[in-house]
Design a protein around this ligand. Structure first.
Ligand code: NAP
Length: 255
């Protein structure tokens, strides 16, 4: 039997936690999950973990080499472009294989009203000059562009409360972690008289806010994902990661 694959998983997503659960009792790997440290009280992972940045691509490459890692999995959020670019560069320097785990993007339901925009700044511009009541579900790091459109009322939902310095003047804040039901999303949209939803195309199974907006005829400003690197092998779910690890394990055994 070859030694288990020493695996670094870059996380911060539900997919990374699902992968951690899938590998918790998998004798082929010794995994380490890495979190950026943004969330104040992250759920405890079922595998060894660490938190905090590595110091750019060079720092990550050094961490991989010094730690004797055999493989890297980038299971970060589709909008976390910097760490994904660092993962690609660092895996090349360290000479180890890299797999990206990316949940599929949301697809528009027929009849839904989506306005696609390339980034957050474009989302703020897309709100227009007529005052609206806007539900912002983009996390707490990307609020600043909406300060440029202070004539709208904003309902802001994020896991941890945002820094008050980032907030637009007319806003209400809800700190909450999903999952949310479609019924509760409908209630929230109605209670706050929301007439526009802004979200990143994070993708995945949790699309209740989109379904609620569709049901209530509320348009959605959808921020498209940054383009992923075509050079990185990608799996869209845990089964794909397991197949990749099977091949890697087979290659390490020389089969
Ligand atoms: P980012 O802009 O791509 O990364 C910024 C820096 O944070 C990286 O250069 C790295 O610092 C550090 N970092 C990011 N992910 C890390 C990880 N898993 N382990 C250790 N260090 C990490 O990322 P972001 O958009 O700020 O997101 C931060 C984290 O939150 C990510 O792990 C992501 O999965 C999660 N998240 C992001 C979003 C989103 O919308 N962006 C949504 C949900 C969850 P060094 O350069 O010092 O290594």
């Amino acid at each position: 039997m070859p030694a288990p694959i020493k695996l670094l998983i870059l996380g911060g997503t539900a997919e990374a936690m699902a992968l951690a659960r899938a590998l918790a009792h998998d004798s082929r790997t010794t995994p380490l999950l890495s979190l950026a440290g943004r969330t104040k009280n992250p759920a405890a992972p079922p595998i060894p973990w660490r938190r905090g940045g590595f110091g750019g691509a060079e720092g990550l490459a050094a961490f991989l080499v010094e730690g004797g890692f055999d493989a890297l999995i980038d299971a970060t959020h589709p909008f976390a472009a910097r760490i994904s670019a660092n993962a690609q560069a660092a895996s090349t320097v360290a000479g180890i294989p890299l797999l990206a785990l990316r949940r599929p993007p949301w697809k528009k339901t027929p009849g839904a009203h989506w306005i696609s925009v390339p980034d957050i700044a474009a989302a703020a511009q897309a709100l227009g000059i007529t005052p609206r009541r806007v539900f912002l579900t983009i996390g707490r790091q990307d609020l600043v562009p909406f300060r440029e459109a202070p004539w709208h009322h904003y309902l802001i939902r994020s896991v941890d409360p945002p820094d008050p310095a980032f907030l637009p003047p007319d806003c209400a804040v809800i700190a909450a972690r999903g999952p949310f039901s479609r019924a509760s999303e409908c209630e929230l949209l109605a209670a706050h008289k929301i007439d526009l939803l802004v979200t990143k195309n994070s993708g995945g199974v949790m699309r209740e806010k989109l379904d609620a907006a569709h049901a209530l005829g509320i348009p959605v400003v959808m921020v498209d994902r940054p383009a992923p690197s075509a050079a990185v092998a990608t799996a869209d779910g845990i089964a794909g990661v397991m197949a990749w690890l099977d091949r890697l394990h087979g290659a390490m055994r020389g089969v």
